[in-house]
Design a protein around this ligand. Structure first.
Ligand SMILES: Nc1ncnc2c1ncn2[C@@H]1O[C@H](COP(=O)(O)OP(=O)(O)O)[C@@H](O)[C@H]1O
Ligand SMILES: [Mg+2]
Length: 227
């Protein structure tokens, strides 16, 4: 096992005009390869803020964050963009491009360096097959159910062989039956393909399906449960 993410006394204070909002007040967290972590917590407890920092989408205002042993504060913007390219993001509202087919949405996310168009297409089709969408490759988002759209988003997130997947309430916008199916898929990616997963949810039931859960409260990790 190797440590993929390590947060030490991680802090984030937003400024709302002149008023500081302490979203993270000192988070300590270590994520190993093959981990499947759920981050639970009430609205406003700092879950998305933490995910955005781990995804190098935003910068902390205190403490330290390392990805595969690299302290992110030592990187310039280009180097941070390189790190980001190898992180898979999945959001609550899918964020697919409406004009594009499922296949094209996945292809577009692929790094074009050294990969031919034909090879990209083949990889996109394999990923869509992995998430159970073999028969839906030519469909546009509006022609897919919510659960299917989220599967496309997961295939897209896997496109560049990511170090880990970050999922922010991936089942927050779909019904509970579909949510269970998505959870089953994510669990399979973790168990069979060894994909490291960090998932924010406020569904305790779904959190129980992961390997461990941290409970956030008011900008800190209040407790940890190993499932
Ligand atoms: N861009 C921002 N500017 C100011 N305050 C923010 C911003 N983003 C989040 N916050 C505040 O930080 C706290 C944590 O937010 P967030 O991380 O989104 O919580 P969660 O995802 O757990 O609901 C909340 O009080 C929220 O209002
Ligand atoms: Mg949130």
């Amino acid at each position: 096992m190797t440590t993929i993410v390590e947060a030490t006394s991680l802090k984030k204070t937003y400024m709302l005009g002149k008023i500081p909002v302490e979203a993270l007040r000192g988070v300590n967290l270590k994520i190993e390869s093959d981990d499947f972590l759920a981050i639970l917590g009430p609205s406003g407890s700092g879950k998305s803020t933490l995910l955005n920092l781990i995804g190098a989408l935003d910068k902390p205002t205190g403490g330290k964050l390392s990805i595969e042993g690299i302290d992110l504060s030592s990187l310039n913007d280009n180097q941070l963009a390189d790190i980001r390219r190898r992180i898979g993001f999945v959001f609550q509202f899918f964020n697919l491009i409406p004009r594009f087919t499922a296949r094209a949405n996945v292809e577009l996310a692929m790094s074009i360096a050294d990969v031919s168009r034909a090879e990209r297409r083949k990889q996109a089709e394999e990923l869509l097959e992995t998430v159970g969408l073999k028969g839906r490759m030519g469909h546009k988002p509006a022609e897919l159910s919510g659960g299917e759209q989220q599967r496309v988003a997961i295939a897209r997130a896997l496109a560049n062989n990511p170090r880990f997947l970050l999922m922010d309430e991936p089942t927050g916008n779909i019904d509970s039956k579909t949510a269970n199916e998505i959870m089953h898929l994510v669990k399979r990616l973790n168990e069979e393909k060894g994909v490291t997963i960090i998932m924010v949810t406020h569904d305790q039931q779904l959190a129980r399906e992961t390997k461990r859960t941290v409970q956030m409260f008011d900008g800190v990790i209040a407790k940890e449960i190993v499932n």
